[in-house]
Design a protein around this ligand. Structure first.
Ligand SMILES: Cc1cc2nc3c(=O)[nH]c(=O)nc-3n(C[C@H](O)[C@H](O)[C@H](O)COP(=O)(O)OP(=O)(O)OC[C@H]3O[C@@H](n4cnc5c(N)ncnc54)[C@H](O)[C@@H]3O)c2cc1C
Length: 372
């Protein structure tokens, strides 16, 4: 088919969730992905945490779509047997400054409508997590973990069952605005070039969303769409400690990241991560020399750890809109009609908590589509 009604670029959690949602409308939908399967960039290289939504400013898309996405994700996981667990999360504090910090997150969470938040003290923390050292903690019972690959597999199969076409090994290398449609130029893995004409283009290209925007002539400096890549590494923890921690354990956050936390897995094992390093290239190697930084951060609240328990695990790369030192930016999700591109729905800067938010992002995009 060289004619489509909707072309979606990028089969990460966001592009797949959008494809599944729009496939319910029974339109001619084509999802294009440059890799040979889904989720090979950021959507499988993260903490797989279902966030509560307490960190982000009120009235931001990040807050609204995270709070809605949290609820929607638990419903989808329960209904379609996607492995997940509502573990709850503790953001811990050991100093007066950190205590003030979790009180601030608590207040923000209340305003954001995150349910059941509580600040708890050492005695209760000990009961919940006997191996964790903390004087105070903000308890978020609605936080949890899920199997992101299984989630994307479900979105893929459901979209296919609804008639969507998903084309792997199809890289978008050009976009052209026609009189009342778009031409999408695609390079297949065998080098063959295809062209697809479509009414609607949806950009869910993650780390490359700025490049896709540029293909349609958008000035990424002027529009502030430049994506900065921020790498996050993880260190695995020796399996002899599996089962010792049952909640997600987070330190107080920094402006670029939520801090090096316990990344719990569904099998009870866990890792530490991610750190946050601005990078110019996509390279998922973990630098073993960073073990000291991870160990000293984690030792403060996981005193049972020994340095030899940590081994390099994996890394992911965040698609951030802010340069180093700049204030945190919100997701950009917009119809670019006012920039001369009617029918182009652009998603840029879709960093954390977009795995949590992906069903709500899809709903938001479906709403934009409905109002075109
Ligand atoms: C270290 C780390 C930890 C995180 N932890 C969490 C967490 O615990 N909870 C949470 O909610 N969020 C978390 N996030 C954020 C979350 O993982 C991402 O926001 C989310 O996965 C983004 O999904 P996406 O579909 O937009 O991007 P991606 O998964 O990157 O998908 C984009 C897709 O577009 C494709 N693509 C790009 N260009 C082209 C092209 N030209 N042609 C065809 N295809 C193209 C790519 O190949 C890719 O498959 C974390 C992120 C990182 C890096």
């Amino acid at each position: 088919m060289n004619r489509a009604e909707i072309v979606i670029i990028g089969a990460g959690s966001v592009g797949l969730s959008i494809t599944r949602r729009l496939s319910q409308l029974k339109k001619e939908i084509v999802l294009l992905e440059r890799h040979s399967t889904f989720g090979q960039d950021t959507s499988t290289r993260n903490s797989e945490v279902i966030h509560g939504g307490m960190y982000y400013p009120t009235d931001s898309l990040k807050t609204r779509l995270c709070v809605d996405g949290n609820r929607m994700l638990y419903e989808i996981c329960a209904k379609h047997n996607i492995p997940h667990r509502k573990t709850g999360k503790l953001i811990i504090a050991n100093t007066a400054e950190e205590h003030a910090n979790i009180e601030e997150i608590y207040r923000q969470g209340q305003i954001n409508g995150v349910p059941n938040l509580r600040i708890i003290e050492e005695k209760e923390i000990r009961k919940l997590e006997p191996h964790v050292q903390a004087k105070w903690a903000l308890l978020s019972p609605e936080s949890g973990i899920l199997d992101a690959t299984a989630l994307m597999g479900f979105f893929e199969q459901d979209a296919l069952a609804n008639g969507a076409s998903i084309r792997y090994d199809h890289e978008v290398i050009g976009l052209e605005k026609l009189a009342d449609a778009y031409k999408v130029i695609v390079r297949r893995q065998n080098g063959k070039i295809d062209e697809i004409t479509t009414d609607i283009v949806i950009n869910a290209a993650g780390l490359y969303a700025d490049k896709i925007s540029e293909m349609l002539g958008l000035d990424i400096q002027k529009n502030r769409y430049r994506i900065y890549w921020v790498k996050g590494e993880y260190f695995d923890i020796n399996k002899r400690h599996s089962g010792k921690i049952t909640h997600l354990i987070y330190p107080t956050p920094t402006p670029v990241s939520l801090g090096i936390h316990v990344r719990l897995r569904l099998d009870g094992s866990f890792a530490l991560g991610p750190n946050a390093i601005y990078v110019d290239e996509i390279n998922y190697d973990v630098d073993p020399a960073h073990v000291d930084e991870f160990f000293s951060d984690a030792q403060e609240y996981l005193p049972f750890l020994e340095k030899s328990d940590l081994t390099p695990d994996m890394a992911g790369i965040r698609a951030k809109l802010q340069a180093e030192g700049e204030p945190v930016r919100d997701f950009v999700i917009r119809h670019e009609a006012d920039k001369g591109l009617p029918g182009f729905i652009n998603l840029v800067g879709i960093d954390s908590p977009a795995l949590t938010a992906c069903p709500a992002i899809a709903k938001e995009v479906a709403e934009i589509y409905r109002n075109l």
